[in-house]
Write a protein that binds this ligand. Structure first.
Ligand SMILES: Nc1ncnc2c1ncn2[C@@H]1O[C@H](COP(=O)(O)OP(=O)(O)OP(=O)(O)O)[C@@H](O)[C@H]1O
Ligand SMILES: [K+]
Length: 301
């Protein structure tokens, strides 16, 4: 049975690079366009499959269109098990991404991802139950996430929850998950009235907040830690957060501490921003091990 399972979104990313973002009613010429597989769930599954020789299971849904076919081929190529990815008569989810000024702007149309429900998970509970870690994000419905998290809690399965994009119901998940990884904007949306350090202190070794170029912060049980990002020549930051989550989750399953898992994932996301596409820059374990910040004591085989 699979060691790591992702229940989440699958999409095709339609990526446009431009030097100017059009104003309302305006037309501009962009630099280039490409289609690359994405979706936070699929991205995080692929980030983990690049790192682990063990099974990574993807559970989700695609549509009957051509995007679905090419996404399946991509799972195959990246050694993600996808027999529990359903195909339904709908459009595959898409993300329209504009790359501008070293950052991205994204519009998501969920399509088939909205059909991932407790009903559609019927054949998947056994895989979930036998996982060492289950990974969730916010691109499938809250009701499905909550049902999976509760099931995992009842069955002693650890859950890594990436509440992205943020939604008001996220706090209901907190009691049923082990690790929560918002970025700073998502964290502010969850706790608008609290300072970052007071929120981190409330959830030691559980709430891990990514701060983009500034790095990652969390409370380690003693004090608030800031693990700085590693400077990089940025090509495309799309997927930095997904790479972080995938690598963090993988490191936890290798029994690294939260602090070491964060440091490991910071190396992974630093490598990811140097290449194009959400998945394009996701490193292999070998690439992370060759990085100067890799610590031998982590002893990952
Ligand atoms: N420009 C950068 N240079 C180096 N590392 C970066 C850079 N941007 C992000 N990272 C690394 O990636 C991690 C995750 O990035 P970020 O906090 O932007 O997540 P995110 O907002 O979920 O990303 P995205 O939605 O773009 O995938 C950061 O904590 C940092 O370690
Ligand atoms: K990238």
């Amino acid at each position: 049975m699979g060691k790591i399972t992702v229940v989440g979104s699958i999409a095709m990313d339609l990526v446009t690079r431009t030097l100017r973002v059009p104003k309302a009613g305006e037309t501009v010429f962009g630099q280039d366009f490409s289609m690359v597989p994405g979706g936070k769930g699929a991205n995080q599954a692929i980030a983990m499959a690049r790192l682990t020789p063990h099974e990574v299971n993807m559970i989700g849904a695609i549509g009957t269109d051509a995007f679905g076919q090419s996404i399946s081929e991509n799972f195959e190529k990246n050694a993600v098990l996808f027999k529990n990815v359903g195909t339904i008569p709908q459009m595959t989810g898409i993300a329209q991404i504009t790359l501008f000024d070293e950052d991205n702007r994204i519009i998501i149309i969920p399509g088939a991802n909205n059909s991932v429900s407790t009903d559609s998970l019927k054949g998947s509970w056994e895989i979930i139950k036998n996982s060492e870690l289950v990974v969730l994000q916010n691109e499938i419905t809250h009701a499905t996430n909550l049902a999976v998290a509760k099931f995992c809690r009842e069955n002693g399965v650890k859950v890594l929850y990436n509440p992205a994009p943020a939604r008001p119901t996220d706090l209901e998940m907190f009691d049923f998950v082990d690790y929560i990884t918002p970025n700073e904007h998502e964290c502010k949306a969850l706790f608008p009235d609290d300072s970052l350090s007071s929120v981190l202190t409330k959830y030691p070794n559980k709430l891990i907040v990514t701060l983009g170029v500034a790095g990652v912060t969390f409370h380690d049980g003693q004090e608030v830690q800031l693990i700085p990002a590693i400077k990089a020549k940025v090509v495309d930051t799309t997927g930095a957060g997904d790479t972080f989550n995938g690598a963090f989750g993988f490191a936890l399953t290798e029994n690294l501490s939260v602090t070491d898992s964060v440091k490991f994932a910071v190396i992974a996301s630093h490598l990811s921003v140097q290449k194009f596409g959400a998945q394009g820059g996701m490193p292999t374990l070998k690439e992370i091990k060759e990085h100067k910040n890799y610590e031998k004591k982590w002893n990952i085989k």
